[in-house]
Design a protein around this ligand. Structure first.
Ligand code: SF4
Length: 454
């Protein structure tokens, strides 16, 4: 692999996007076909990369198939050929600016930009008023979206929050400060976990992050502070050489010294992201503060749809002292057809990788759909005299009484999400009602990032 090691270890972060693409294309000698695909597709989908991803993660000898290149660069095949042609036609004529913008909006609208409303639901209230920047779906966990953490060091082409990065989501939902969160938590002692998420909260300066996190320490019932992030994969310098990285580690130490679990929910999609020296140093420094590192990622065609890749990834995580946690199923949004992996194949990939793991790495669970009724895990495929079934259970649910109970759905080779499955007639009524939606609040949806993604 010929990765160009050009970065000084005192690198300063700079986001690179469509405006810098011609320079990137020139530097790496991209073909005209690839340039056209990236240029046109990034009119519709977000594109952000940085120098570290370019020079340490992408294998330029393997593009366009390289998984890191697929992960961060918009690709031919993500949009319909007809849409690409139209975009090309309109973008060649400066007089067609308005028509181009209309075409872009039209294409975005067809890519399911707001799967089930994402951040509009599960919004808690205080004194009758909705609380911006929060979601409370499961009894013990509240999600918190600081407004300054709603972007990322680089964007994943498969991100289910892609619409937010092209300005198609009203970010006033996010919280400027944690005052309302703290008030709410004071009235809800059942909330033991706060997940700080984004975008990626680690794009914030240490000072800013401190202003959101330290107040949580004043709430005695909050025991676990989770941070959802892909920063170790995309910008590990955040923990090693950024000017406020030492302060950041001191902030982590302070959380741990206050008797809280600091759970660092790291998004790693491919082993390469965890195998650079700087990423290993970053993880080692994070762990030295007493923080626990849990790792999760979605299963994505062309990026990591191979048991050998997951086996290597989970082993690398274990070797770095981190805990393999979740393999998620990709949601129906953005260039979904390009990335989706059917559940039957997802089970094969998960089990193929899981079998190779030492016991300590078998902490990982999957494939898991973070779906409307809760987190649904596909345990496997069962052969029975009545036919083949997916064996499933809820790992997390609005109603805690449903958690852990097994149920099954008819096997379907092509189904890629819960709503494409037919539950077995033997499914208990309460589970059936929760899973098929007859007891959901209107439009309810799980807002937890993959990854959170981070
Ligand atoms: S998946 Fe996470 S890191 Fe990737 S773009 Fe989305 S929020 Fe950012």
């Amino acid at each position: 692999m010929s990765l160009v090691e050009t970065m000084p270890e005192t690198a300063r972060f700079r986001a690179l996007g469509p405006k810098q693409f011609d320079d990137i294309a020139q530097r790496y000698g991209l073909t005209e076909e690839i340039r056209r695909a990236v240029r046109l597709t990034s009119l519709v989908l977000p594109f952000r990369v940085n120098e570290y991803v370019l020079s340490h993660l992408i294998d330029w000898d393997r593009i366009p198939d390289d998984p890191m290149f697929q992960m961060v660069f918009p690709q031919r095949g993500m949009l319909a050929a007809e849409d690409l042609r139209r975009l090309e036609e309109l973008s060649e004529s400066p007089a067609d600016g308005r028509a181009l913008r209309t075409a872009i909006q039209g294409i975005r609208g067809r890519l399911n930009p707001h799967p089930s409303g994402q951040k509009k639901f599960n919004v808690p209230t205080l004194g009758g008023a909705e609380l911006p920047g929060m979601q409370h779906k499961y009894l013990e966990t509240t999600l918190y979206f600081p407004s300054q953490g709603q972007s990322c060091h680089s964007y994943c082409t498969y991100c289910f929050r892609w619409a937010q990065f092209v300005g198609d989501v009203d970010l006033r939902f996010a919280a400027q400060t944690p005052e309302l969160l703290i008030n709410y938590l004071g009235r809800h002692p059942e909330v033991t976990d706060v997940l700080v998420t984004g975008g990626d909260p680690m794009v914030m300066s240490t000072e800013r992050l401190r202003s959101h996190i330290e107040p949580l320490l004043s709430v005695p019932t909050v025991r676990n502070i989770r941070i959802g992030t892909k920063s170790v994969a995309y910008w590990p310098y955040r923990y090693v050489t950024d000017s406020d990285s030492d302060d950041l580690l001191r902030l982590f130490q302070r959380v741990v010294a206050a008797g809280r679990n600091l759970a660092f929910m790291a998004h790693f999609s491919h082993p390469r992201e965890i195998q650079t020296d700087i990423a290993r140093q970053a993880l080692s420094r994070i762990r030295s503060t007493g923080a626990l590192v849990y790792c999760q990622a979605p299963l994505i065609a062309r990026v990591n749809d191979d048991p050998a890749v997951w086996s290597e990834l989970w082993r690398a995580e274990l070797a770095a002292g981190a805990v393999p946690y979740f393999m998620f199923v990709e949601r129906d949004t953005g260039p979904y057809d390009y990335f989706k992996v059917p559940l039957a194949r997802a089970v094969e990939i998960f089990q193929g990788a899981y079998r190779t793991l030492p016991g300590l790495a078998r902490t990982v669970r999957g494939p898991v759909m973070s779906a409307t009724p809760g987190k649904v895990m596909v345990d496997g495929v069962m052969e029975t005299p009545q036919g083949r079934f997916f064996q499933m259970r809820l790992l997390q649910a609005r109603d805690p009484r449903l958690v852990g109970r097994p149920f099954r759905a008819q096997f379907d080779e092509d189904a890629a999400w819960l709503d494409e499955l037919k539950l077995d007639d033997s499914t208990p009524r309460d589970l059936m009602a929760a899973i098929t939606g007859s007891v959901w609040p209107d439009g309810a949806e799980d807002g937890e990032s993959i990854p959170d993604p981070s």
